[in-house]
Design a protein around this ligand. Sequence first.
Ligand code: SF4
Length: 226
Amino acid sequence: MTEPLDLFSTPDAPNSPGPIRDAEAAAPTEAPDLDTLRERAAGCTACELYEGTTGTVFGVGPATARMMFVGEQPGDQEDRALEPFVGPAGRLFDGALVEAGIAREDAYVTNAVKHFSFRRQGNRRIHQAPKVGHVRACRPWLDGELALVRPHVLVTLGATAGKALLGSSFRITAERGEPRPWEGTTLIPTIHPSAILRADPDRGQDADEMRAGFVADLRRAAELLR
Ligand code: SF4
């Protein structure tokens, strides 16, 4: 099978720091509960990505979730709805979860970066991979979510989320689907569903194969909870 590429954040991750406005602008991310953390994140201006967006797209799901998914960043539809994974990639994600026997409402779903990173093209907002500085600036919010949810199984979706938690040496094509212990939980990295939507046959990418591999990784994650 052709190894899928993560087209969402090629080649493997952001590689230059984004302009960080003021790291101190972030509100404290140690919070007694997710609602408090969400409220604090809503006012975050620690990097420039908040400009021109609807708002902070914080994670959703129960604080008691045993499984947590971390994607890259919200897209255009997620920014408008202020909810992660509700656009085309989210619909693909939902279908794959069903096939893998995972109830999305039982999981906590979030992103490494909480604001939509984009460039304008006419009236359209085109996704632009967040830079490493954006991921770094946003990390306290993700750490806050991790500390409150404390999932048994953590699934990273795509290279950006993988690098955010596993470091810059993480390689999605070589390491996806392999569970490993991480900070008291089990982390399993897989591709981002948007990579499947962007599968390019000219580059040897087969969307059906990529989707099947994605579902297989999710099934492996589900097995870890049994
Ligand atoms: S992307 Fe993250 S760090 Fe940057 S402003 Fe939004 S919430 Fe704050």
